[in-house]
Write a protein that binds this ligand. Structure first.
Ligand SMILES: NC(=O)c1ccc[n+]([C@@H]2O[C@H](COP(=O)([O-])OP(=O)(O)OC[C@H]3O[C@@H](n4cnc5c(N)ncnc54)[C@H](O)[C@@H]3O)[C@@H](O)[C@H]2O)c1
Length: 350
């Protein structure tokens, strides 16, 4: 059954590449979610990604208490394709046409493979775009805010597990030193955390070295003997197999769609590993963008909303305990409750 309101798949007029926009739900408001420009073995894998990521956006906004719905755009690049600047512009203009054709049902923003400069290009065709550079009136790069929000989630988890929100001396393993992972690792290092890091890109070793972090191979990071593992790369890292190797107390990170299959959340819970759903821990970027660009809050007020993720996670863990649920189950219940309150006819599924 398709539980999305709308899915558009087009062959880009200029690029001839598959442009996919999935609108999962507009029950809470117009849908928003980033544009992923990524390589897939088959464009249908990009469609699967768009369906999952857009549903996660619905949940992300619902838990964050924001009046936006869940959507996502994916342009599925064939493996090995490198976009030269002209072709990249073609792709972005194809996406912009598709977003504009939806008339405000969906607004796009940056995600893996795209950034504020790409949003500037899209913004020449449609106003339904977030995170353009500040000089163009947008809220700019969302990744520092995503990192800050994840830090807030980590503080809540630390207080719950170790009785203190401070991460000084805590051992954390950060998987993926991209825009969010690097910023988060910097914040953690500045606070005195002991870091183990990895990335598939060997050039990131230098960043790890600058942070005073231990480096391990990507396939070893989940088994690192640390307090908290922080997934900050791409999705589906938590599989039935990989979670049996975990030696940590908790998994909390910004990577979207960490679970390969939903049942892995139960497995984590049964193994006593505290997992904060990715859509809760990674909300800082969208919370900031919506707060600045839609609600016109000041930078300070927007930051306060991002920091409030600490309270959201604390409340979630408290509810989970009180109702004998896993944090994932408690989060799902909260999403359902908020969607049902906004859409009593139950047109959108969570
Ligand atoms: N940028 C944001 O504001 C934002 C917001 C919410 C969620 N996220 C999610 O956070 C994650 C990171 O986003 P980003 O913006 O930093 O992306 P990015 O593309 O800048 O960084 C991803 C990094 O992960 C590395 N990587 C890829 N596969 C890996 C693997 N198997 N093992 C180790 N490293 C690997 C890449 O080399 C890259 O350095 C993504 O899952 C993204 O969807 C990002």
């Amino acid at each position: 059954m398709l539980d999305h309101e709308q899915v558009v798949v087009r062959s880009g007029r200029r690029s001839r590449l598959p442009v996919i926009v999935a609108v999962h739900s507009t029950a809470l408001g117009p849908a928003a979610g980033g544009l992923r420009l990524w390589h897939y073995p088959d464009w249908r894998d990009g469609l699967t990604d768009a369906l999952r990521l857009s549903a996660a956006m619905t949940a992300k906004f619902a838990v964050a208490g924001l009046p936006s719905g869940g959507g996502k755009a994916v342009v599925a690049l064939p493996e090995g394709m490198v976009l030269d600047p002209d072709r990249r512009r073609d792709v972005l203009e194809d996406v912009a046409d598709t977003v504009e054709s939806l008339g405000g049902t969906y607004a796009t923003g940056p995600d893996v493979g795209t950034g504020p400069d790409d949003m500037a290009v899209i913004g020449t065709t449609t106003r339904h775009v977030f995170c353009r550079p500040a000089r163009l009136g947008g809220s700019g790069d969302s990744s520092p805010h995503t990192a800050r929000g994840t830090l807030a989630a980590l503080r809540a988890v630390s207080r719950r597990l170790y009785g203190t929100a401070s991460l000084d001396g805590r051992r954390l393993a950060v998987a993926g030193l991209g825009r969010v992972g690097t910023e988060l690792a910097r914040l953690l290092a500045a606070e005195g955390a002991a870091l183990t890091v990895t990335d598939v890109d060997q050039d990131k070793r230098k960043t790890g070295h600058e942070l005073g972090a231990d480096w391990v191979a990507p396939d070893e990071i989940l088994a690192a003997p640390v307090d908290i593992v922080v997934p900050a790369a791409l999705g589906s890292c938590l599989t039935r197999q990989s979670v049996t190797r975990l030696r940590c107390d908790a998994v909390v990170g910004p990577a979207n769609n960490q679970l390969a299959t939903p049942d892995v959340a139960d497995l984590l819970h049964r193994r006593g590993v505290l997992w904060v759903p990715d859509y809760v821990a990674s909300a800082g970027g969208v919370v900031h963008a919506v707060s600045v660009e839609v609600h016109r809050l000041s930078a300070e007020e927007a930051r306060a909303r991002v920091d409030a993720i600490e309270h959201t996670v604390t409340d979630l863990l408290t509810t989970a305990d009180a109702q004998d649920l896993s944090p994932a189950q408690a989060a799902t219940a909260l999403v359902r409750q908020r969607l049902a309150a906004a859409d009593p006819a139950g047109r959108s599924a969570a």
